[in-house]
Design a protein around this ligand. Structure first.
Ligand SMILES: [Zn+2]
Length: 435
């Protein structure tokens, strides 16, 4: 922000009155979906002042009409031939890593700094794909993801706004315990602050994430596909542990989201008061009832299912035998699960599990949500207004309205007609800065 001194002569004295010049972005939008779920308007101007939306005005306004002063740094963006919508929110990413054949070796090779810098690369790709906000739900190095989050917030690193959970809360040997199959001495080095057994230890594990800087808590309520054990896909925490995790999370003013595939684990987590469920593969009618009772979101991550099913079918992929068996079972079920949940009236937020799939391909999830029965407008809402609500940030995210962050994207075609338009985003603005 530029500091400009203005001098006024007042009652014979020279009074120094500081005025700050503003950074103003004026976006001329041919078509504008300011609030997904609402109407598309044409020939609109979005005024972003110092990173926040100040106004949405009819017609293509000039700097003067937008209220810009001569000292303000004003930039006009001509998107008259484009479709403008809010910046996208991915509610399930692992921004500091990406699955690859060397993954198990990298766990003992990569430092926190390596993860942070790898994450900086993935963050840049993600932002360019139109995702201006992501929720990271579990990093191998919590120091790395917190440093990346803070570096982006300071403007030192280019990437989406990150909300991060730090280490995943998991039982010993469970899906979030990354030491499965390693020798004991290596396991000791790789031990995660999120691994806990018993209610008291799990309360402490939650509090320890908050102490270190977690924005929310991620727990693995059930086993998972890509952990190296043949532990099935069912519930891993006991009820008292789940209750302890939820209560400790809520007492610290955070939301808890549970990775869950098996139905007993899904329903136990919902009964314990979880705020959202990731994946949800085997959800049933009781789950749907509990989702609605809790006002909990489902993040179906269909793209993760598609990705692991592809690996399972490829004999040369790097999956270990327990992973391959689970991938074959779960992958193909996720589209139908999302359809059942949507038809049952469960609130759905957009999330991809990028890091399993490739970073930057997040928007592939849109077509899958449409395949599961959502309209393109509902799919866009899942990645904007619903994504914001899932984060508890509807006051600043999810739509282009006064007071919210200046996050918007543009595509050439109409995503309400062809949702795959969002796989090729032409313009990205975050906090009023165009990338
Ligand atoms: Zn995940």
């Amino acid at each position: 922000m530029k500091f400009v001194g203005m001098f006024f002569l007042c009652a014979g004295a020279l009074v120094f009155s500081p005025v700050f010049a503003a950074d103003i972005a004026i976006v001329h939008a041919g078509r504008l979906l300011a609030v997904p779920g609402g109407a598309v308007t044409t020939e609109q101007s979005v005024i972003v002042r110092d990173g926040k939306v100040e106004a949405v005005m009819s017609g293509y306004v000039t700097a003067d009409q937008a209220g810009a002063a001569a000292d303000d740094k004003t930039t006009v963006y001509d998107l008259k031939n484009m479709f403008v919508l809010p910046g996208l929110i991915d509610g399930h990413v692992h921004i500091t890593s990406e699955n690859n054949p060397r993954g198990r070796l990298q766990r003992v090779e990569m430092s926190d700094a390596d993860y942070a810098l790898a994450g900086a690369g993935f963050a840049r790709i993600t932002l360019k794909a139109g995702f201006t906000t992501v929720r990271d739900v579990g990093a191998r190095s919590r120091d790395a993801v917190f440093a990346l989050r803070d570096g982006i917030a300071r403007g030192d690193v280019i990437g989406p706004r990150i909300y991060a959970s730090g280490s995943t809360i998991s039982v010993t040997g469970g899906h979030g315990d990354g030491t499965q199959g390693y020798s004991d001495d290596i396991a000791e080095v790789l031990h995660s602050s999120g691994v806990c057994d018993g209610a008291s230890a799990c309360r402490k594990a939650v509090r320890d994430q908050v102490r270190r800087g977690a924005d929310h808590i991620k727990l693995t309520a059930t086993a998972g596909v890509l952990s190296n054990t043949s532990a099935g896909l069912e519930q891993q925490f006991f009820e008292d542990e789940l209750k302890a995790i939820m209560d400790a999370t809520h007492a610290m003013g955070r939301k808890a989201t549970a990775h869950a595939h098996g139905v007993n684990g899904i329903n136990a987590a919902l009964r314990a008061g979880v705020d959202s469920i990731e994946h949800g593969t085997y959800l049933d009618s009781e789950s749907i009832r509990l989702f609605k009772r809790n006002n909990a979101y489902l993040i179906p991550t269909i793209l993760a299912g598609v990705t692991v099913a592809e690996w399972a079918d490829d004999p040369n992929s790097f999956l270990l035998p327990p992973q391959r068996a689970k991938a074959k079972e779960v992958g193909p079920k996720m589209l139908d699960m999302a359809r059942r949940a949507h038809e049952g009236g469960v609130s759905i937020a957009f999330g991809t599990d990028s890091g399993v799939s490739k970073h930057g391909e997040n928007a592939r999830e849109f077509q899958l949500l449409v395949d599961a029965g959502m309209t393109p407008m509902q799919a866009i809402s899942a990645a904007t207004v619903a994504g914001a609500e899932n984060l508890g940030k509807s006051n600043v995210l999810g739509s282009i309205e006064p007071g919210k962050y200046g996050d918007l994207i543009a595509v050439e075609g109409d995503p309400l007609v062809d949702i795959t338009q969002l796989e090729d985003v032409d313009f990205v603005m975050k906090d009023g800065v165009a990338y």
